[in-house]
Structures are given as structure tokens and as C-alpha cells.
Design a protein around this ligand. Structure first.
Ligand code: MN
Length: 241
């Protein structure tokens, strides 16, 4: 049986269909899961607490996707002027799902960008609300409109004894970058396993979990043009079998 991989969706604020607002997710996430052998299913960003256990009974794995900033109140900070476009409903929906997934199941999780930050916050960690404002003299990590997402922006160095370096079979990669926030303090049970050259955290993982890998870059946007990030998706699907 091919495993069922839940992919967190978002609200599409850019368009309407017949006047109705849309739920959406980037096609690259869905196609990467399908290509890797999983059955993708998009999870709407409005799940209620009663929905979480029912979903977790059915899912074999979780892909936590990118998106808007997480409300800083969820990690014990007041929002500075840099935070915009938060979606409290999505925050609640995903936080509940992830916390329950981590508590009750050994469900394989691959977390990307916002998903990576969400995993950290769900485990009690916190974030820099804006890298450029709060970490001067760092590289430019933010999304640049018009720049293709497969473009490589900076290197990351992986801890050689990490699960992610075992999966990717290497310790140094050129990656894309489309984030203005980053992990400040890692949450309980998370190990920081990759940094950008400026010291910004680019990946964490849970050593005491069968498969919980979390990256700040966007492997799903790299795989159409580069082979080297495919193992992350293959490994998620394999772990979910
Ligand atoms: Mn980056």
C-alpha cells in the first residue's frame, strides 16, 4: 500500500472562484510527494480539535508546508512591525495537529519553511521575527520577487552525524532561500543540524523520533531541476510505509 501523506494547505488570498475564497497549496509539494510514491492529500487550514485524532488515524506521514508568519504570541513574544499576514485559524489548526502527532504517534514528519518554524514553536521553541532587523550582518535569506525558487542562494552545512545528512548522503549543499524568519531557540527534543554560513539555523530534527526532519529551505522547489533533494521525499515516503 502506498502511504497517505497529509500536506498542510493555506488560504489563497490572491484569487476567488465564483466569488468564493480558496484553500490552496503549492503544486510543487503535492507533485514531490506523488513522484516519491506517496498518495498526497491536502489538509485545509481550518481543522478543529475533534478532527485531529481522526486525521492522524488515517495518515501515514505529514508534510508541513511553507506560508505566512506564525503569530509571535504562540512563542511568547509580542509581534514587532515586521510580522504580517498571520492566520490565527491556520496556526491553531496546524499547531493542534502537530502537537498531537508528536505526542501520540511516531508519525513521519517532513517540515519545510513555515512548517519548520511551526514544528519548533509546537515544541516550545521560538523564532527571530525578522532576520534582517534582528540579526544584522547576515546574508539575505528573504524571497526576492521574480527570482526563480529553484535558484540557489546560499550554502548550508549539515552535521555529519545527523539523520538529514544520512538521508542526503552529504554535508554541504547549495539551497534556495525564501524566509525572513528563523529559529532562535530550538524546541524541546529538537537538535539543530544545519546552519547557513552566517549562523542562521537552516535545519533541525528529532533524534528520538523515527523520522522528523525539518528544513528552512524549499527542497520541493529544487527537485524539478536538481536531483540532490529528492532523497528527503523518498525517505519520508519510505518511513511512512
Ligand atoms: Mn536561508
Amino acid at each position: 500500500m502506498r502511504p497517505l501523506i497529509g500536506i498542510t494547505g493555506r488560504k489563497d488570498t490572491s484569487a476567488r472562484l465564483l466569488g468564493s475564497p480558496l484553500y490552496a497549496v503549492g503544486q510543487t509539494y503535492v507533485r514531490a510527494i506523488s513522484h516519491a510514491g506517496g498518495v498526497p492529500i491536502i489538509l485545509p487550514p481550518m481543522m478543529q480539535p475533534d478532527d485531529w485524532p481522526i486525521l492522524l488515524d488515517k495518515l501515514d506521514g505529514l508534510l508541513l508546508t511553507g506560508g505566512e508568519d506564525i503569530a509571535p504570541e504562540l512563542y511568547g513574544q509580542e509581534a514587532g512591525g515586521w510580522v504580517a499576514g498571520t492566520d490565527p485559524e491556520r496556526d491553531a489548526s496546524e499547531m493542534g495537529l502537530v502537537q498531537l502527532a508528536l505526542e501520540r504517534e511516531q508519525l513521519p514528519i517532513l517540515a519545510i519553511c513555515r512548517g519548520h518554524q511551526l514544528l519548533n514553536v509546537a515544541l516550545g521553541g521560538n523564532l527571530y521575527q525578522d532576520i534582517a532587523a534582528q540579526l544584522p550582518n547576515t546574508l539575505s535569506h528573504a524571497y526576492v520577487p521574480g527570482r526563480p525558487m529553484e535558484d540557489k542562494v546560499h550554502t548550508v552545512t549539515l552535521e555529519p552525524d545527523s539523520k538529514i545528512s544520512h538521508v542526503l548522503q552529504g554535508t554541504r549543499y547549495e539551497v534556495n532561500s525564501a524566509h525572513h524568519q528563523a529559529i532562535k531557540e530550538a524546541g524541546k527534543g529538537l537538535r539543530v543540524v544545519a546552519y547557513a554560513p552566517d549562523g542562521v539555523v537552516e535545519a533541525v530534527e528529532m533524534p528520538n523520533h523515527p523520522f522528523c526532519i525539518s528544513v528552512q529551505w524549499h527542497p520541493e522547489a529544487m527537485v524539478p531541476k536538481s536531483e540532490e533533494m529528492w532523497p528527503l521525499f523518498y525517505a519520508l515516503v519510505e518511513a511512512a510505509k
